[in-house]
Structure formats: structure tokens, C-alpha cells
Design a protein around this ligand. Structure first.
Ligand code: 1CP
Length: 351
């Protein structure tokens, strides 16, 4: 069994030379695969995240299908909140729904802490995955404080995040108290995964792009830094920091303590590289909708992402956001093959 800490994926995250560009897909587990739908038949989303056997199998499915360079744990960003005791559910076709929204200081005070025992099945699944993956690295993840707060304050998915921003702008102490609690929960969840053997972590701040740079720096960055720096002190694993529509925030997201910054499809990777310090690698950024276009378009755009990615210290190929639910698994498998072939040739040309 090869050492996942020396895998192509981990090396690229560290900005070290690799024989090809590693690739994985956000939301590769549990979305478009028929074998996933079959396994989940009659099992609720959060219930499935707390069954180690299901988590293990669903995490492995895309690795087998696509030959990706990394696995991502099958779970959800709201799972640690549920496991800690927050009354919430994931409604099919909707997303996370919270019974009692958190909007005042008293609501924040009621938020429970996450104890490692609360997510014991996650640790069990990670341990069995490390064995089953035979050297392929496993990415652990958590939701960042802002994105988690949005679900708790809005009480469900939101486009505008208006109540979340209203809390931030109108009651700064309560906002910081909430974000600090969520940072501790995210950090505790990541620690469990890393302790059990995850080789890298990704902090999903999916909705941070809703904020201006000044507001991100004032209200969000310090709390995301608590999580990312907390992991750095805990273990030597690469930390990926990702959000959608964050072109104006990339430098700040690196500043929060990332080794790799995820970029969505709106900004060309070489431009993202110009906005980032030299010390960080990039991840991204094929538009997830490209998967639906005829193959010549997929080919052209995949090559373009690879070419722009060569300007970075390290490049992990990915989509600019998650796999869309109706994506054809065969196209995703062909993209993995293409990324491997093309990038191996690039390395030969450069050498
Ligand atoms: O590869 C994988 O799919 C791994 C598992 C995974 C991950 C990484 C799931 C399973 N969720 C997530 C992260 C997650 N969850 C994020 C960050 C990534 C992103 O931006 O997509 C977010 C914002 C969520 C919240 C969430 N959970 C939503 C989005 C709702 C919204 O605000 O628009 C939804 C629909 C869920 C449910 C969910 N999570 C995962 C699955 C397979 C599902 C669908 C479950 C079902 O309905 O049965």
C-alpha cells in the first residue's frame, strides 16, 4: 500500500512536482451515480451519514467509477450540527432545514458543542476507508462558519442570506459569538476526521461570495482562520479553502490559512493565480455545466483549465463547484482520463 501522504494529490496541494495533475470532483459522492441511489433507497440523508458501512461504500463508489486521485468523505456540512444536538433535517430536493432559527444571543448560548463521540461512526468510516482506499488519499471536510451560520440563521437554504447579513451588520457581538461557536464545531469535526486518517481537509465556505471583501475580512475571516490554523497546529495535512463567486476574496481566503484555494468557474485560473500569494496552490475550475456539452467542447475547456493551471505553484483539477445531479458518469470518467493524459504530456514537454 502506497503512502497517501506522498500521493500525487497531496504533493500537488503542497506545490511539489507531480507526474500528472491530480483530479477529483466536488460532490463526486452521492449525486449522479445510480449505485448511490440504490444504496440510499429508504435511508434518510443524515441517517446514512451516521452509518459507517454506508459512508464507506458511498465514498468508494466514485473512486472505482472515475479513477479520481482522491476520495471525499460522504457526509454533509450540517452533519456535525445534527450530531451535536441541533434540531435539523436534510429534506430531499430542498437541503438542510433547521427547526428553530438562531438569531439572538440566547439562541447562540443554546448551541451545543461537538464532542468526538457524537460523530463516532464518521471516525469508524474514515478508518475503514483508509484501509480500503489502499493509498488513495481521503479528503475530510467541514462547512465554514459563515456558510453554516447561513443555514442556522435563515433556517434553510437561502439565495440572499439577508437575515444572516442583518445579524452580522446589526448585532456584531452576537454574530461573532455564533461564528466562533461554529468555528469550534467545524474544527472539532475536522480533527476527528484527520485523527482517524484523512490525508487533507477542505473547508467549504460555499456562500462566502455573497459578501464584500471588507465584510468578509471583518466578520468571517477571523473565524475561518480559527478552523484552518487550528488544523495546522493539529496535523500536517493540506488545507483547501473553497467558496463560490469568491473572485474578490481569494487573497483573503488564502490569508485565512489555506495551502490550496478553490476557484469557481467565473475566474480563469491564471487570473486567480495572480490574485493569490505564490505560496498557495489552486484547485478548480471547469464549469460543472460543461459536462453536458458535446465532447469537443469538454476537451477544449478541460485543456484550457489545465493550461492556465500550469501558472500555479500546484494545481488540483476539479469542477468550479459540485457535480450537477444529472451529470453523465461516463463523461466524468472520460474527463479524469483526459486530465491524466494531457497533464502527463505537459510534464514530459516541460522536462
Ligand atoms: O462528494 C460528495 O457529495 C460528498 C458529500 C457532500 C458534501 C461535500 C454532501 C452530501 N454535501 C456536501 C457539502 C455541502 N452540503 C455543501 C458544500 C458544498 C457545496 O457548496 O455544494 C453545502 C452548501 C451543503 C448543504 C446542502 N446539503 C445542500 C445545499 C442546499 C442549498 O443551500 O442550496 C443540499 C441539497 C444538501 C443535501 C445533501 N448533501 C449531500 C447529499 C448527497 C445531499 C442530498 C441528499 C438528499 O437529498 O438525499
Amino acid at each position: 500500500m502506497s503512502d497517501p501522504a506522498e500521493s500525487v494529490f497531496v504533493r500537488a496541494c503542497r506545490g511539489q512536482r507531480t507526474p500528472w495533475t491530480p483530479v477529483w470532483f466536488m460532490r463526486q459522492a452521492g449525486r449522479s451515480l445510480p449505485e448511490y441511489r440504490a444504496l440510499r433507497e429508504g435511508v434518510g440523508m443524515l441517517e446514512s451519514c451516521l452509518r459507517a458501512d454506508l459512508v464507506t461504500e458511498i465514498t468508494l463508489q466514485p473512486v472505482r467509477r472515475y479513477g479520481v486521485d482522491a476520495a471525499i468523505l460522504f457526509s454533509d456540512i450540517v452533519l456535525p450540527l445534527k450530531a451535536a444536538g441541533v434540531d435539523l433535517d436534510i429534506k430531499p430536493g430542498v437541503g438542510p432545514v433547521v427547526a428553530q432559527p438562531i438569531r439572538r444571543a440566547a439562541d447562540v448560548a443554546r448551541l451545543p458543542d461537538l464532542e468526538p463521540d457524537d460523530v463516532q461512526p464518521v471516525a469508524d468510516a474514515v478508518r475503514s476507508l483508509v484501509t480500503e482506499l489502499r493509498g488513495t488519499p481521503l479528503i475530510g471536510f467541514a462547512g465554514a462558519p459563515f456558510t453554516l451560520a447561513s443555514y442556522l440563521v435563515e433556517s434553510g437554504p437561502s439565495r440572499e442570506h439577508a437575515r444572516t447579513k442583518a445579524l452580522m451588520y446589526g448585532d456584531e457581538p452576537t454574530w461573532h459569538a455564533l461564528a466562533e461557536r461554529l468555528a469550534q464545531i467545524a474544527l472539532a469535526f475536522l480533527r476527528v476526521q484527520v485523527q482517524a486518517g484523512a490525508s487533507a481537509v477542505q473547508l467549504f465556505d460555499s456562500w462566502a461570495g455573497a459578501l464584500s471583501a471588507a465584510d468578509y475580512a471583518r466578520y468571517v475571516l477571523p473565524h475561518s482562520r480559527t478552523v484552518l490554523e487550528g488544523i495546522r497546529h493539529f496535523a500536517d495535512v493540506p488545507r483547501i479553502h473553497f467558496g463560490v463567486n469568491t473572485g474578490e476574496l481569494l487573497g483573503l481566503m488564502a490569508d485565512a490559512g489555506a495551502d490550496v484555494v478553490g476557484v469557481d468557474w467565473r475566474l480563469p485560473l491564471d487570473e486567480a493565480v495572480r490574485r493569490l500569494p505564490d505560496s498557495v496552490a489552486v484547485q478548480g475550475n471547469l464549469d460543472p455545466a460543461v459536462v453536458f456539452a458535446p465532447w469537443p467542447a469538454v476537451l477544449e475547456r478541460t485543456r484550457d483549465v489545465l493550461r492556465r493551471g500550469t501558472t500555479a505553484r500546484g494545481h488540483v483539477f476539479n469542477l468550479g463547484h459540485g457535480v450537477l445531479p444529472d451529470s453523465d458518469p461516463d463523461v466524468l470518467a472520460r474527463i479524469v482520463e483526459l486530465v491524466h493524459e494531457e497533464s502527463a504530456t505537459q510534464v514530459q514537454d516541460a522536462g
